[in-house]
Design a protein around this ligand. Structure first.
Ligand code: KIV
Ligand code: ZN
Length: 521
């Protein structure tokens, strides 16, 4: 569904950089298959441009930009490059088979960057910026130029650089607040200054790219739109360097909900916001906080009696958006052990997933096992089961059972049973600094992989004592980081499953002939 589009409403281009700036979030690196899945989801969401990566940064980045450019259609695919010949050539090499390619070149312009990082004077910056844009234009007509750290660049110089980049052929000029320093009034003024003082500004689209160090990325992006920017650079769940980038779901819903004020709209199908947010959270292992605007679990929950009373009398007393408009299912229908496959299938569809019959059957089997342990099954439980089912990796080992003896001041003892193919193997380990660590050691012993645990995160999928625990782990093996996820009403089992899931990912790339094993429910 396209947002409100009245005659005086401007169409704002949504440039998604989850796969580039978002991936620069610590711990958010993604493999090729994950990037492809997210790119497809972004097309379904209705973004206009996907920044797929920084091709010169690594062979992996190059490969993923090339794959996405080759197979993702109906959207512009963009690759990032510094204003250097080798970068631009590499970016084009990756992008050349895209249906609608865009090269994005950048060069820092602020005094701090000029003096300390680049050691270039203003003339040299203009010279390199122009040369970079011209080289990119030699390959494709769709070129974006970013003066990095624009928000801290002297306004006169920023105007000069932007004018020169447009004269050299840039069709989009992006204004980054690289360090999240701007405020909304400041950002609005920067855009206004460019519009007033750059003579050829109407030959390019003005774009905005805000970081969230002071928590103002969305507000600053909206101020830029108010001042005339026509493109917003943003990421799903606000992922990105340090405190992240402007959150796509927030900025899109702000434009939509306050179209009376901004007189602007996007092409985003807002009903896909929650499913896309869930996908990115599951792929990256970076969860959104419960009270996150738009996609957080509490974003539409009303707890206070006065609010609930108001909602029952008239929804709009306390709700400015409809939960279903952002992709939450209309009612929290609670399922339980007597619910059938058809009820579950309907719920899966309402949650925005499209699964085939076989996948529904597999989720149903997991659902039945869960319903035996847990009286009420909520939407978040179902989403967790689906993610578990859909994100299966080829499993060399599958979890069978564990037993741990642990007490304060005692060394834990873990017994673990895993299955490899048709064979079960078991071990007993005495060690570790707690029951979870002991189980991890047992997994290392049975699988033969020694890893270091970089991150371990548990959160409850829903509320209540019997809620499922979802564990995300990141482990490192031979300088590569692997993520694993496990869900269970038993948090030690969830931890074991998450750790094993990550170890299976190592096995998938290091052990020949790794076969997919049907997961143990
Ligand atoms: O934050 C930034 O300045 C960037 C540029 C490369 C656009 O990400
Ligand atoms: Zn950035």
């Amino acid at each position: 569904m396209t947002d409100t589009n009245t005659t005086d409403s401007r169409r704002i281009t949504i440039f998604d950089t989850t796969l580039r700036d978002g991936e620069q979030s610590p711990g958010a690196s993604m493999n090729l298959a994950e990037k492809m899945e997210i790119a497809q989801a972004l097309v379904t969401l209705g973004v206009d441009v996907i920044e797929a990566g920084f091709p010169i940064a690594s062979p992996g980045d190059f490969e993923s930009v090339r794959e996405i450019a080759q197979s993702v259609r109906g959207v512009q695919i963009c690759g990032l490059a510094r204003c250097r010949e080798a970068d631009i050539d590499r970016a084009w090499e990756a992008l050349k088979s895209a249906q609608q390619p865009r090269i994005h070149v950048f060069l820092a312009t602020s005094a701090i960057h000029r003096e300390f990082k680049l050691k270039m004077d203003k003339d040299a910056i203009i010279h390199h910026a122009v040369a970079g844009v011209k080289r990119a234009v030699g390959y494709c007509g769709n070129v974006e130029f970013s003066p990095e750290d624009a928000a801290r660049t002297e306004p006169d110089f920023l105007c000069q650089v932007v004018e020169a980049a447009i004269a050299a052929g840039a069709t989009t000029v992006n204004i980054p607040d690289t360090v999240g320093y701007a405020t909304p009034t400041h950002m609005g003024r920067v855009i206004q200054t460019l519009r007033n003082r750059v003579p050829n500004i109407d030959k390019a689209v003005i774009s905005i790219h805000c970081h969230n160090d002071l928590g103002m990325a969305v507000a600053n992006s909206l101020a830029a739109v108010e001042a005339g920017a026509g493109q917003i650079e943003c990421t799903i769940n606000g992922l990105g360097e340090r405190a992240g980038n402007c959150s796509l779901e927030e900025v899109v819903m702000a434009l939509r909900t306050r179209s009376d004020f901004y007189h602007a709209h996007t092409n985003v199908n807002t009903r896909r916001l929650v499913p896309t947010s869930r996908l990115v959270a599951n792929v990256t292992g970076i969860h959104v906080q419960r009270n996150k605007a738009i996609v957080g679990q509490n974003a539409f929950a009303h707890e206070a009696g006065i609010h609930q009373d108001g909602m029952l009398k008239e929804r709009t007393t306390y709700e400015i958006m409809l939960p279903e408009d952002v992709g939450f299912a209309t009612t929290e229908l609670v399922l339980g052990k007597h619910s059938g496959r058809a009820a579950l299938a309907a719920r899966i569809k309402a949650l925005g997933y499209s699964l085939g019959n076989e996948q529904i059957q597999q989720v149903f089997e997991l659902f039945k096992v869960l319903a035996d342990k847990k009286k009420e099954i909520y939407d978040a439980d179902i989403a967790a089961l689906i993610e578990q089912e859909m994100r299966q990796v080829p499993e060399l080992w599958s979890f069978v059972s564990y037993e741990v003896t642990s007490a304060t001041g005692r060394i834990p003892i873990a017994k673990l049973r895993l299955r490899r193919g048709h064979q079960e193997t078991a071990t007993e380990v005495i060690g570790g600094d707690g029951p979870v660590d002991a189980v991890f050691l047992a997994i290392e012993q049975l699988t033969g992989f020694t890893v270091s645990c970089r991150d371990f995160n548990v959160h409850s999928v829903t509320v209540g004592k019997d809620a499922q625990g979802e564990v995300m782990v990141q482990i490192e093996h031979e300088k590569q980081v692997y993520r694993g996820r496990g869900v269970s009403t038993d948090s030690i089992e969830a931890s074991a499953r998450a750790f094993l899931n990550a170890v299976n990912k190592i096995a998938a790339v290091t052990v020949p002939n790794t076969k997919t094993v049907t997961p143990n429910p």
